[in-house]
Design a protein around this ligand. Structure first.
Ligand SMILES: NC(=O)c1ccc[n+]([C@@H]2O[C@H](COP(=O)([O-])OP(=O)(O)OC[C@H]3O[C@@H](n4cnc5c(N)ncnc54)[C@H](O)[C@@H]3O)[C@@H](O)[C@H]2O)c1
Length: 391
């Protein structure tokens, strides 16, 4: 019999909606999950969005004050889906109130805020889950298993690209993502945090980096209203972009492997090319989120055949079978969030910390801090503590 977990949501935007729907879908896909969500209260500063939380998403009540979510005695666990500006205050308040947190990446505006959140979570002993959803794609998990099992031999190259189209059009409005006070870092925090987390998930810790960053579209039109992500404006006042659009980096893993990591929100062409390629002495694997359910696998063949085979995910690649009965039927992005919801609810009930939690977010944040330092110094930088009392 599943135990009920009272859920509070802060931020009813894109991610807030996806978290909410994921909680609701969890019993359909993970009927064996030990936790069953009850959507108690949602907060958004926009009254219209708070209303949607009750009328469409199924929350019992809504508020414009996130502190009411934390204080609600029926709330056991909190989804933090606000702009990055609020991650720290909401997550720390939730932890101090003894509530578990499912928090969106990048977990704070800057690496220092990630460290503060991780310290508060550790002090409180609550469980956390971080929205590094790409880890849960069955093809990514399969790639990791192939690498760990030695199927590609000794790994000697890594490359990854995280190219999103959401800001490729210069008419894309100046949403919170482009403002230092709201987002903190630009692409380094936004897709860079996913990129670093996935690289470390596949190949272990990164120990040194070199990076260059650029802001390519340096001003954007002001948004007319709150619904901003992907919105365009042809005219009206413009204001400066306050954080970086693109990063190019060489990274060195503790294992001795060298790799490249590139991320951009303004490169025209790819829409969501979140991709990696790992080469070893005996084979290679490659994945691209635009074809989420496929893994390209190269295995040396005795007959001399060469080239990647296209492997479709199927029920043998857990948890694909929770969503689709056979290969070729695609899982989608939102399904990755259902997997996250199941992991989070399970942890809220059995008290077992699962990955990725804030410890993995902090591990990514340390690399991002080194990338930032390298972009400023032009030199190789070692990944290390953030120099804070919370490290
Ligand atoms: N894991 C992923 O793949 C992924 C994808 C997109 C966004 N994100 C992360 O999710 C978070 C939210 O991004 P989004 O795209 O959903 O943003 P969004 O702009 O769509 O939604 C943010 C919501 O927070 C609300 N908000 C702002 N201030 C608030 C306050 N004081 N109290 C309550 N609500 C407030 C806004 O009104 C808005 O409804 C960000 O941290 C982002 O980095 C993660």
């Amino acid at each position: 019999m599943a135990r009920t977990v009272g859920i509070g949501l802060v931020g009813v935007g894109w991610m807030g909606r996806i978290h909410s729907v994921a909680y609701r879908r969890c019993p359909d896909h993970f009927p064996d999950c030990a936790g069953r969500a009850r959507l108690v209260v949602a907060a958004d500063e926009e009254p219209e969005r708070a209303r949607v939380a009750v009328e469409q998403l199924g929350y019992a009540r809504a508020t414009d004050d996130w502190r009411e979510v934390i204080a609600d005695p029926e709330v056991d666990a909190v989804s933090v889906a606000t702009p990055n500006r609020l991650h720290r205050d909401v997550a720390i308040a939730a932890a101090e109130a003894g509530k578990h947190v499912w928090i969106e990446k990048p977990v704070g505006r800057f690496p220092s805020e990630t460290a503060e959140i991780a310290a508060a979570v550790a002090r409180a002993g609550i469980k956390s889950l971080v929205g590094f959803n790409y880890r849960h794609a069955p093809a990514v998990t399969h790639a990791r298993e192939l690498i760990a099992s030695g199927a590609v031999g000794v790994v000697d190259h890594f490359r990854s690209q995280w190219i999103a189209a959401y800001a490729a059009d210069p008419r894309g409005v100046l949403s919170w993502r482009f403002l230092a006070g709201e987002a903190g870092l630009g692409i380094l925090g936004d897709l860079g945090s996913h990129a670093v987390d996935l690289a470390q998930f596949l190949l272990g810790p990164i120990e040194s980096v070199t990076a260059r960053t650029e802001t390519i579209v340096d001003e954007r039109p002001l948004p007319a209203s709150a619904g901003t992500h992907f919105a365009l404006a042809d005219d009206g006042p413009r204001a400066p972009v306050e954080n970086e659009d693109a990063v190019w980096s060489i990274v060195r893993f503790a294992s001795g492997v060298t790799g490249t990591l590139e991320a951009s929100r303004v490169a025209v062409g790819p829409q969501a090319r979140y991709a990696f390629e790992v080469h070893g002495s005996a084979g290679a694997v490659a994945w691209d989120f635009e074809r989420m359910n496929e893994l390209a696998v190269f295995e040396a063949s005795a007959g001399g055949d060469a080239g990647y085979a296209r492997v479709l995910m199927g029920p043998q690649h857990e948890p694909f079978g929770r969503f689709q009965p056979g290969p070729g039927l695609p899982m989608g992005y939102d399904d990755l969030k259902v997997i996250e919801a199941a992991l989070f609810l399970e942890s809220a009930v059995d008290g077992v910390q699962r990955e990725p939690g804030v410890a993995e977010a902090l591990a990514a944040a340390r690399v991002i801090a080194a990338l930032e330092r390298s972009a400023a110094s032009g030199a190789w930088e070692t990944v290390g503590d953030l120099g804070l009392s919370t490290d």
